[in-house]
Design a protein around this ligand. Sequence first.
Ligand SMILES: NC(=O)c1ccc[n+]([C@@H]2O[C@H](COP(=O)([O-])OP(=O)(O)OC[C@H]3O[C@@H](n4cnc5c(N)ncnc54)[C@H](OP(=O)(O)O)[C@@H]3O)[C@@H](O)[C@H]2O)c1
Length: 428
Amino acid sequence: MIRIGVAGLGTVGSSTLDLLMNHNARIAARAGADMAVTAVCSRDKSKDRGVDLSGVTWFDDPVALAASDDIDMYIELIGGADGVAKASVEAALSAGKKVITANKAMLAHHGAAMSKMAEQTDGASLHYEAAVAGGIPAIKALREGMTANEVSRVSGILNGTCNYILTEMEETGAAFDGVLADAQRLGYAEADPEADVGGFDAAHKLALLAAIAFGQEVDFDAVEITGIERVAAEDISFAGELGYRIRLLGVAEKTEAGVSQRMRPCLTPKNSPLGKIEGVTNAVMIEGDAIGSTMLIGPGAGGGPTASAVIADVVDAARGNTPPTFGLNSATGLSAPKPAAKGGDHGAFYLRLSLADRPGALAEIATVLGAEGVSIHRMRQYDHQGDSAPVAIVTHETGEANLSRAIDRIAALDVSLAPPVSMRIVSI
Ligand SMILES: NC(=O)c1ccc[n+]([C@@H]2O[C@H](COP(=O)([O-])OP(=O)(O)OC[C@H]3O[C@@H](n4cnc5c(N)ncnc54)[C@H](OP(=O)(O)O)[C@@H]3O)[C@@H](O)[C@H]2O)c1
């Protein structure tokens, strides 16, 4: 009998209990072992968790539960990069237990050290299918299903809240703040939305995918992160007229300069695989030498989908399927991070300028862009808004550094009435 301890009985924890307790026979048969939740931990013992917890030992302290000799498997569903989540996972790993977590923030920051603990402790293993893209089995697909491949790029839409907001902005023409407020009312966005709309939650997931894809330790500090807070309704509408959608895209790539990891709003063609992803749906695209490209689409969050991924790990751990946390370990070649320098992207960009409506304004812009080696592919001027005329430009492929120099120079011109806005155009 495998004895399971669950800490954190919120959205994911209570759905996990539901599956483990109310569908135990099905899951145990697939695991090939009897299993039961024997202990739980949360803050409030009086809350109804939707399942019968009589006969289950209650712990007030997650670290005590994690270290207890009375459990074989520890499931951490508390959340937070540090604090008791981290302390309890470390306690369970050092006690040689199988650990399952949905905590991407913790793994993005401490995954490298934790995977070493799992590797160096007899009996310990660390599983985190639920940490990336909820119900989509992205970790297993990449780490095990595509193990034959030299992966060149892993990318995706990894935050349902952001994709919902951007989809709503496009459909209604409304501004970011109003759509965010509606998303909060509907429960699609947290009361404190910073982790989602700031791009951090999605960046945590990208860092985990990049570690597996490129056989290197998790390197969250190397992720270049821009949130969606400053995406304006007019950018969405101008992008639409140019044939694009704006999406918060995570892209991790292996280049000659090292591994680049970027999480930022990008323009992507409306009919491209990632451009078609709408609402809270998540998508993960994996490109490799043998496979070509494969995209996985599904629900990225929610109690049921995320608990489904937790149970997949429970079954794996019960069967003794415990591959190295990030596909490789220190003995088989997991390397130290080799990040590409930040700001070194190369490609086409969208640029929105607010220019004074006077003769010669566009010529001044064209001169600066030309001087910095940025060539214009398409340009549109829109109806005046007061004294200013918005202009949208699509560049030919150029260096990000060239574009930033041009933007600094344009911002300093008298004809420029507001800070220029730029976004990368990515066709994935
Ligand atoms: N929600 C999703 O869709 C989703 C998707 C993927 C991954 N995740 C990840 O899953 C984890 C859990 O998320 P969630 O949405 O389920 O969070 P949640 O609903 O806020 O639940 C958190 C749980 O942790 C408990 N808790 C908090 N501090 C504690 C402490 N000091 N000691 C013991 N228990 C404590 C809370 O206890 P009380 O209930 O007693 O207050 C609550 O039951 C996070 O790492 C999150 O990033 C969530």
